[in-house]
Design a protein around this ligand. Structure first.
Ligand code: AMP
Ligand code: MN
Ligand code: MN
Ligand code: MN
Length: 291
């Protein structure tokens, strides 16, 4: 058993919108004191084989992971899947259908930015993409920063690429029911990612949590790099109210951009049921190390 348990169950590699390879993430996670790690690329599982091999080489306990884009109540929300069978045909087919829509959406984003006086953004964003099927707003944001249009990616997401601003192309992602079904059908655990980020009213949030629970979802991120510290306890309590376990993860994307590094999350503010117990049978244990 590791001396101190430190789970980081949410991060991104070059297979989606992160800037490090799965192997570089595993190495960084180990260095940062992570003991249980999952890679959760957006709508993509192609990095998991490399991640698993690297985790084993680093003596890190590992879980398969993915972060699925979902449309719910006119908003985009993210559902993380953990500990699933990465060969499950229904899950793979569902994720594939989401990836297929990203190319045309990115071209539309490029056309809109051109109309707003920023030409060639699609071609520019493509230069930052590690996996062409996963072109995302993050790659456009990196291009806009390096082209000198914004000072950092946070500024990009205040002035571009979001609803009502240039470069926003609305997208219909998976339904909540399908996303949870794909994960559970592959023997995984479905998790609400960073719920404070969605700007829901209390009623919308209640509907979101209730539907998620009804469809078979089992956990919520409370302590995450995508929440402010004052949101940790609020979402831990909401999870408890709905009988959902807690998950945690840095949502690390890049050493240059991410405010929260792998493994640097504070400990959970409550003693509520923790997802690692639920996931225990699905953890791929690292070979035992000599002391
Ligand atoms: P996409 O899946 O193409 O819509 O891109 C979503 C990604 O853009 C997220 O996973 C984040 O990495 C990034 N992102 C979205 N909104 C913001 C924001 N307000 N600030 C910083 N990054 C954001
Ligand atoms: Mn992202
Ligand atoms: Mn997310
Ligand atoms: Mn994420």
């Amino acid at each position: 058993m590791p001396k101190t348990f430190n789970a980081d169950l949410h991060c991104h590699s070059t297979f989606s919108d992160g800037t490090l390879s799965p192997a570089a993430l595993a190495e960084r996670a180990k260095r940062q004191g992570v003991t249980l790690w999952a890679l959760t690329d957006h709508d993509e599982t192609a990095g998991l084989a490399q991640a698993q091999a690297a985790a084993s080489a680093q003596s890190l306990d590992f879980l398969t992971g993915v972060e699925i884009s979902v449309s719910f109540a006119n908003a985009t929300v993210h559902i993380v899947g953990l500990g699933f069978d990465a060969q499950d045909p229904q899950l793979l087919e569902g994720l594939n259908s989401l990836r297929n829509n990203r190319g045309p959406r990115a071209q539309e984003m490029g056309r809109q930015l051109a109309a707003a006086g920023i030409p060639n953004a699609y071609e520019g964003a493509l230069k930052y993409v590690g996996n062409p099927a996963l072109i995302s707003r993050t790659h456009f944001a990196r291009y806009l920063v390096d082209a000198g249009i914004c000072k950092d990616t946070y500024e990009v997401f205040r002035h571009y690429l979001v609803e009502g601003k240039p470069g926003y192309a609305p997208q219909r992602w998976a339904s909540l029911q399908d996303a949870v079904r794909w994960i559970c059908g592959a023997q995984g655990v479905a998790v609400i990612a960073h719920p404070a980020r969605y700007g829901f009213t209390a009623n919308e949030e209640y509907a979101f949590f209730s539907s998620f629970k009804t469809y078979g979802g089992q956990a919520v991120e409370a302590v995450t790099g995508s929440h402010a510290p004052h949101e940790y306890l609020r979402y831990a309590n909401l999870a408890q109210e709905f009988g959902l376990s807690l998950s945690r993860g840095s949502d690390f994307h890049s050493p240059q951009e991410s405010k929260m590094d792998l493994g640097s999350l504070p400990s959970d503010p409550t003693g509520y049921a923790y997802i690692a117990d639920l996931l225990a049978p699905r953890i791929q244990r690292a070979p035992a190390q000599a002391a």
